[in-house]
Design a binder for this molecule. Sequence first.
Ligand code: FES
Ligand code: FES
Length: 232
Amino acid sequence: MPPRDGRTGPDTPPEPREERPPAGFSRRSFLVGASGGALAGALGGGLAGKAAAATPPAAPPAQEGPETLSGTVEVELRVNGTALTARVLPQTTLLGALRHHVDPPLTGSKEVCDRGTCGACTVIVDGRPVYSCMQLAVQMTGREIRTVEGLGTPDALSPVQAAFCEHDALMCGFCTPGFVVASTACLEKHGDPDLDTIKEELSGNVCRCGTYPHVFEAVQSAAKARGGRTGR
Ligand code: FES
Ligand code: FES
C-alpha cells in the first residue's frame, strides 16, 4: 500500500495511468456531463452549504501568548530607550510582542481592531507613528520604538498627556494611548501645527466616543506648552 500522502517509494513504482477514454466516452458526452455538473453545483448550493455546515469547524489558530513556545525566535527590541529581548513566533506582531512577550508587559498600546484601521495600537518607530498591529516583531531589530509608557509618568505627564487631562479629551479611554502617541509624533514633526494639520496627522486614529474636538484642543494646547518646537 503506498504511503497516505500519495508518494511512492523506489520499491513501489507508480501504476501506469489510464490514457485511453473508456468505451462510449466522447467529447460531446464529456461536455454534457461537465455542464450538467456545473448546473447541479449551482442548484445544489444549499445542499452543499448544509454539508459544509455539518463539517466540524477547523481548529482555531494558535493563540498568541507566553505559553506558545514552539517555533519561536528571539528578537531584540529597543523600547523607550531600553533593550528588551522577547521570544516570539515569526508572525507575532510588534503589538503582540509588547503586550505579551516582553517583561514587564507593555500594555499601554491597545489591541482594538488588530487590522490597521483604528490607531489604538499606535507607537512611534524611528520617529514616525505606526500601527504596531501591522508590524512584525522580527522586523523591529535595530529600530527605536517608543510607546505611550515612554512619554511620561503619572507623576510627570508629558505635555500631550497633561493637555488630554486638562481638556477632558477622553471618555472610555480605549483610543487614548493611540491618540496621545500620534499627537506626540505630530507635534515633534510640526511644532505648532494648525488645526487642519492636526486633523490630517490624527486621521488614522478613531474615537468611537467622539472626543475629537477635545483632542484637537488638547493638541493645540500641548503645542503651546512645548513652545512650538519640533523634535522631542
Ligand atoms: S489595533 Fe492596530 S490599528 Fe487598530
Ligand atoms: S474615548 Fe472612547 S473610543 Fe475614544
